[in-house]
Ligand binder design. Sequence first.
Ligand code: IPM
Ligand code: MG
Length: 361
Amino acid sequence: MATYRIAVLPGDGIGQEVIPEAIRVLEAVGKGTGAAFEFERGLVGGAAIDATGAPLAPGTLELCRASHAILFGAVGGPKWDDVPHEQRPERGLLAIRKELDLYANLRPAKCFPMLVDASPLKRQVVEGTDLMVIRELTGGLYFGEPRGVERFADGGARAINTMAYTSREVERIARIGFEVARKRRRRLTSVDKVNVLVVSQLWREVVTRVGREYPDVTLDHMLVDNCAMALVHRPTQFDTIVTENTFGDILSDEAAILAGSMGMLPSASLGGAVGLFEPVHGTAPDIAGKGIANPIAAILSAAMLLRYSLNMTKDADRVDQAVLRVLEGGHRTADIAAAGARPRGTREMGDLIVREVERQY
Ligand code: IPM
Ligand code: MG
């Protein structure tokens, strides 16, 4: 049977609490299938700063490169708010994305039927939502040059970030968009700001051109401000969304509200030789260390790891199923619990899901 090496980078805050539950789920899959998982830990983010002085510890990139997939928690927190910009915990994650060429970030947002009332939005708005945000992850404002701050003698200053895309960068993310849409409901919405940005003009031109190769997928274009509104107004109109880095960062947080809680949203970052799988929620400093974080986003990220990096589709389905069953059983962590209900802790929720995964074999 196959042996898979998984780089485990829990990072900071609740990353440290939810990743162990995702590991236990993968171990249950290993037991069920006979596949062997070898988990090796690496330091990133604030944890790496504390231990080594840099947001990406020496050896972490090599560990990632030598693995079949990366299971990532979250990085950042108030403790490191005052470190110089280029040394912030977030730089560790950004460096991994860039170095491993993880240009395609898949963020599915689905409203689980039993959680419609967990969303602050009205039932009739969110019910039936099932969309995928595909965010370009290695270009745009996050990495464009020039960037930096100029300080003037009079005390003033000027800061620059650059939004830049090459046609090649747009083309490859557009292709991912069409391929993913093809496996879903065959509708792709490309989001840009073509009325203001020249970058968006190139974006739209290239996406339209690539679209001619996918006549079976219906392509439309939407301005990002309009999309931000439509996501909370009529989210069911969306199937697959493809957009540039910064727009995708913002829109995917907004889409999280549709799923009831950030604690439900997994992600996959693909493109290079090794994929990275990460819950979307971040480090959640307000609840870190309390053992109450929702492990579902991390567990669903492990399911995406099985699906996209190890080609273990059936096992990914089993994990998804197990999560569904546990939710159907009425179990909830604090972020998705109804008022008055007793919420489950991180470990307890992990236990329930692990048991349900075991039952699937
Ligand atoms: C995300 C996060 C990151 C980003 C941060 C932690 C650098 O917000 O993955 O959405 O901005 O890309
Ligand atoms: Mg974000």
